[in-house]
Design a protein around this ligand. Structure first.
Ligand SMILES: Nc1nc2c(ncn2[C@@H]2O[C@H](COP(=O)(O)OP(=O)(O)OP(=O)(O)O)[C@@H](O)[C@H]2O)c(=O)[nH]1
Ligand SMILES: [Mg+2]
Length: 511
């Protein structure tokens, strides 16, 4: 075969390539130019995650050149079993066979290894055994359990121009988001840069490192912390053969899986479509990857096929439905207002403990868990203060930095309810090292919602998780109240203070 390949290649004066399966069956014959072969799209290798593609490429080189950098990139990004170069001698006979394969355990940046060049007739090594050894080594490095195999397994990537600490903190939050979306996080990559590569975000070399890492840990998904534009997603996907999403889409996916109420579902679908619209392209394969999201929680498959116009129609209809639903809610609210109960609204960063606090105060049982965006749908309960004053206490969706614009718009109606509040209680998670930044994010969003006139009480929560509570109390005590939402006895001062503030608000309201 080597002799025939060389002979034809030399007669055509073009490179010839064979893609060969492990069984020895030839999957494709490629006729190239004098200097290169173009490998066709390998459908079969898609989504194979932590395994090699099961194909090796053997191609001729006519000008006496060795295995090139492009060859090695093909080896890596197509996860080929092997890449071989067959050097053609001047007389059209095979001269030598050069072979490279991936190194699963590379630690020193050498992601591949070369076999000794041989004349094709003198090959002694067993291809099957070598491949089996490489795959065995790869498999032994996979840390995911069988259960996790069914989940999405991601490498998180951040290419940040922020300062180191801020960038690390932001990546930690992305990890929390991924965990909340039920994604297994296998590795994180942080790269700080002054300038971001507009096409691939990362340099090719770094992307190659990430790719080999994905192979080693058996990842099938890359989640970028920075918002990617459609062409960036496409080029990175094409380059790495992995699914690629960004933080915004991750948040949208979490929202999609959490929305329970009709209004919540409408809002999330609206946000998803708005996110998708500018990202629609004529290339449908890119689209399906783009909108697939985590698992199959993106807008359904049939919706992916509809074009812009129909999405716009859908958006218009959603807008109408949402309006109707929010009018219903308005009527409900009006009824509540008639009873003239004052309203205390809990606001704060996601996971701060708002729902837990509402549960403790009102003996309720709404969902509170250690996941970001546990609450999407607003909940209201009655709360009786010790002095018999009765108020409505409401819990809403938590905030996060860089809240996707699409979501802000979609949730505007829900957030507008906050305008009705007589007191906003800003719940803060003291145990989170980034609580200062989180406070700033919440303040900013509150300002944007023009809620500036409503009194705010800062409630520093989770003091039970803080290392030196006494010291923290002394420092923080100046700014607000320090509590633990899981310890009812710690809430006495808060109740008294809240009552006082609401009383004052009502008085000035009346006056
Ligand atoms: N140890 C401790 N854990 C708390 C406290 N308050 C809340 N938690 C925990 O923090 C996690 C988040 O609490 P949630 O009440 O769901 O937070 P949330 O503000 O409603 O969050 P979202 O609905 O996601 O915005 C849960 O696992 C709670 O059990 C506290 O005072 N001490
Ligand atoms: Mg909650």
């Amino acid at each position: 075969m080597a002799r025939t390949l060389c002979q034809i290649s030399s007669e055509l004066n073009r490179q010839l390539g064979l893609l060969v399966q492990r069984s020895g069956k030839v999957e494709a014959v490629i006729v190239g130019t004098h200097t290169q072969v173009m490998i066709p799209h390998l459908e079969s290798s898609r989504a194979s995650g932590g395994r090699l593609s099961g194909l090796r490429l053997i191609h001729t080189h006519l000008a006496g050149e060795d295995i090139s950098d492009e060859d090695l990139m093909d080896l890596l990004f197509l996860r080929l079993d092997f890449i071989s170069v067959l050097k053609v001698a001047e007389d059209g006979l095979p001269e030598r066979l050069y072979t490279a394969h991936l190194l699963p355990g590379a630690t020193d940046g050498n992601n591949w290894s070369f076999l000794n060049p041989v004349h094709p007739a003198n090959q002694t090594e067993s291809v099957e055994e070598l491949i089996a050894a490489i795959e065995g080594e790869l498999g032994s490095r996979h840390q995911t359990s069988l259960v996790d195999k069914k989940k999405d397994r991601a490498i998180l990537v951040s290419v940040s121009t922020e300062k180191k600490l801020a960038a690390e903190e932001s990546l930690r939050e992305l990890e929390e988001l991924a965990r909340s979306a039920d994604v297994v996080v296998l590795d994180t990559v942080l790269q700080r840069k002054n300038h971001v590569n507009p096409r691939l975000i990362l340099g090719k070399g770094k992307l190659a490192d990430i790719m080999i890492r994905a192979l080693q840990v058996d990842a099938n998904l890359l989640i970028f912390n920075e918002e990617l534009n459609p062409s960036q997603i496409r080029s990175i996907t094409d380059f790495t053969d992995l699914r690629v999403i960004d933080r915004t889409q991750l948040i949208l996916d979490i929202f999609a899986s959490r929305a329970l109420s009709r209004e919540g579902k409408l809002q999330v679908e609206m946000a998803q479509l708005k996110y998708m619209l500018p990202r629609l392209s004529s290339r449908d394969d890119a689209l399906s990857r783009l909108t697939g999201g985590i698992g199959a929680r993106g807008p359904g498959e049939t919706k992916l096929e509809i074009d812009r116009r129909r999405i716009n129609d859908r958006l218009a209809r959603l807008g109408k439905e949402l309006k109707k639903v929010s009018e219903e809610r308005y009527r409900r609210r009006a009824k509540r207002r008639k009873k003239e109960l004052p309203v205390l609204s809990l606001v704060g960063y996601t996971n701060a403990g708002k729902s837990t606090l509402l549960n403790t105060l009102t003996n309720s049982d709404i969902i509170a868990e250690n996941k970001l965006f546990a609450t999407l749908d607003p909940t209201s309960r009655r709360l009786r203060f010790p002095t018999d004053m009765e108020v409505i206490i409401t819990d809403t969706v938590g905030f996060i930095r860089h809240l996707p614009e699409e979501l802000v718009q979609a949730f505007m109606a829900t957030l507008e309810e906050l305008e009705e509040a007589d007191l906003l209680v800003h719940v803060i998670d003291l145990s989170n090292p980034a609580f200062r930044q989180q406070m700033a994010v919440v303040d900013k969003i509150l300002a944007e919602l023009s809620l500036g006139d409503i009194p705010i009480l800062k409630l520093f929560n989770k003091i039970d998780l803080v290392e030196d509570p006494q010291m923290v109390r002394e420092i923080i005590g100046q700014e607000g109240l320090v509590v633990s939402a899981v310890k009812p006895e710690s809430l006495t001062d808060f109740l008294a203070e809240a009552e006082k503030l609401i009383g004052k608000a009502l008085e000035t309201g009346l006056g």
